[in-house]
Design a protein around this ligand. Structure first.
Ligand code: SF4
Length: 156
């Protein structure tokens, strides 16, 4: 039971909230979706977990930086990548989404001391890669809005 609960919390925070945040989903809409979709949707779980931690909707009230990550972190912390059509080291869209997120929100986040290194790395990212990051964001946003699946062939 504990393991199931930890796995539920991990997917809510590390996977679904991460993906939603990287795609600029409205935090309130995401929290409302969790209320419907998860069996452990209690107010003490969903509201702080999604609004406070998962989406950074409360700013630095609960955590010191947005809880976002690229594919390497998901690959390290879970076994999802081994069964995925994407490869976390080559064509996975999560890492470009991560960089596109940092680029879009640079004005608000670049002074956060815990994001100093990621912003140094973003600065070194070539214009071509940054363009692909943004294109990946647009492809996944459009697919999400249309409720369409995304495959490796759709990647820029
Ligand atoms: S390879 Fe698949 S499971 Fe792994 S981070 Fe990318 S999309 Fe997610």
């Amino acid at each position: 039971m504990v393991c199931l609960n930890m796995r539920t919390i991990a997917t809510r925070l590390m996977i679904l909230s991460n993906l939603a945040t990287l795609l600029d989903v409205q935090p309130r809409e995401l929290a409302d979706w969790f209320w419907v979709a998860y069996t452990d949707a209690y107010d003490w779980v969903v509201e702080p977990n999604v609004l406070g931690m998962g989406t950074f909707a409360l700013g630095e009230l609960m955590i010191t930086k947005p809880y976002v990550s690229g594919a390497a972190y998901i690959n390290r912390m879970s076994d999802y990548c081994s069964a995925c059509a994407f490869n976390p080291k080559t064509n996975c869209p999560i890492t470009p989404l991560y960089w596109a997120f940092l680029a879009r929100h640079q004005k608000n986040l670049m002074d956060n001391p815990r994001l100093r290194m990621p912003y140094v790395s973003l600065k070194k990212r070539s214009e071509g890669r940054r363009g692909k990051d943004q294109a990946t964001f647009q492809i996944l946003r459009d697919a999400l809005m249309a409720a369409e699946p995304v495959t490796p062939k759709d990647m820029p």
